[in-house]
Design a binder for this molecule. Structure first.
Ligand SMILES: [Fe+2]
Ligand SMILES: [Fe+2]
Length: 280
């Protein structure tokens, strides 16, 4: 039953319509940035993510918009263009935040025009599946511990949920395309997607290693984060990412596919952590 639905016109209409209907129109210039006390400001400035976030959101926006322009199907094009618009807005929000709170950032050179929009969008989609999964968990801890003041959490909540919509759209778009690909071309299609996913996983690993070893990271960051977030075990962290991801996806139509790559990897890690605990 589900197989017949995935790849159908109804499937396409559902994931495109849902994306467009759940778009929240707001302008970055209308956002009200809260006053932060010195401690909150120091915590915000100490996060080693802002340069990467600004650059990534800008590049993501351009890649997604490029596919929106190239897509011949009007319904898909509308949703993908809106996705690109939201990414551009994320870039503007984070840039505005760094300006408002005096956070220095390093901008990369302007991105080159996108040569292969399909490949670029696929890469972006897998990257977001990994990044959002961890971001959901981190955001939860930042909120629960007061690492971010409530006013800032409220301001970023729509951004988090937009990322949930983006990856929901992506996995359904990818499955729809796969089902629309002639059977004899599907192995090549699967290989291409596997390659895109592996490259993004590798990128994430490289980024984690370079952030961990970077001298740019505020020395106090780890200390501050530890003090503010409290003691979080690897198990608690991974299971929170998982439950937050499920919670954010639960509000959408159950007929749509959910991202599986990061949650399945997390479940595997949880099983390993459980066995380790049992062995100890
Ligand atoms: Fe984004
Ligand atoms: Fe996104």
């Amino acid at each position: 039953m589900a197989d017949a639905f995935i790849g159908s016109e109804e499937h396409k209409e559902l994931f495109c319509r849902l994306f467009v209907d759940t778009h929240i129109p707001y302008k970055v210039s209308d956002l009200k940035w809260p006053e932060l006390d010195d401690a909150a400001l120091a915590r915000l400035r100490g996060l080693p993510i802002w340069s990467e976030a600004v650059n990534t959101e800008l590049e993501t926006g351009l890649k997604v918009k490029a596919l929106g322009e190239a897509e011949p199907d009007a319904m898909l094009a509308e949703a993908i263009k809106l996705n690109g618009y939201e990414e551009q807005r994320h870039f503007e929000i984070i840039l505005a935040l760094t300006e408002r709170y005096g956070i220095p950032i390093e901008r990369r050179p302007d991105p080159k025009p996108v040569k292969n929009p399909l490949w670029a969008f696929t890469g972006v989609g897998f990257a977001e599946c990994f990044d959002s999964f961890f971001a959901f968990g981190l955001f939860h801890f930042a909120e629960r511990s007061g690492f971010f003041p409530k006013s800032l959490v409220d301001l970023f909540e729509p951004v988090m949920q937009e990322e949930a919509r983006h990856i929901l759209f992506f996995v359904n778009w990818a499955a729809y395309r796969k089902m629309r690909t002639p059977a004899w071309l599907r192995p090549a299609h699967t290989f291409e997607n596997g390659l895109a996913a592996s490259l993004q996983a590798l990128n994430r690993l490289k980024m984690a290693v370079s952030i961990g070893g970077s001298e740019d990271v505020d020395e106090n960051f780890m200390m501050n984060a530890h003090e503010s977030f409290g003691d979080i075990s690897p198990r608690e962290f991974v299971s929170t990412c998982l439950s937050e991801s499920e919670r954010r996806m639960a509000r959408y139509d159950p007929r749509l596919l959910r991202p599986r790559l990061a949650p399945n990897a997390a479940r595997l890690v949880l099983r390993f952590l459980k066995e380790e605990k049992a062995a100890a």
